[in-house]
Design a protein around this ligand. Sequence first.
Ligand code: AMP
Ligand code: ZN
Length: 115
Amino acid sequence: MSQSCVFCAIVAGELPSTVVYENDHVLAIRDINPVAPVHVLVLTKQHFDDIVDLGENSPESSAAMLEAIASVAVIEQVSEAGFRTAFNTGVQGGQTVGHVHAHVIGRRQLSENLG
Ligand code: AMP
Ligand code: ZN
């Protein structure tokens, strides 16, 4: 656990969250400030700073992350209509919480413009 990391505190049960899905390596929770009717965050249970740290250091958590994204899409009933998955990374990537997480966003038409 990384000291003063909000997502580590959620994984440890020290902060409240609404859990949508869980597997051995990741937890999926509702975003507190949703930008669409479906906005779920998939967090690794172990602390990794970002997708680079995750991808370089844990094949197990990386695979679990993809499995969880697919499961969340099915649970939230967006797998057929479509949805967006984003990993904001670093300052220019707009990352505000330094613990790797995937945003799963959907149930409305999203812009084609990612910029
Ligand atoms: P990012 O800007 O990609 O780092 O995204 C961080 C996301 O975490 C934002 O969408 C926030 O709304 C969300 N967030 C921050 N704190 C919490 C929390 N305690 N519970 C749920 N979502 C949170
Ligand atoms: Zn953390």
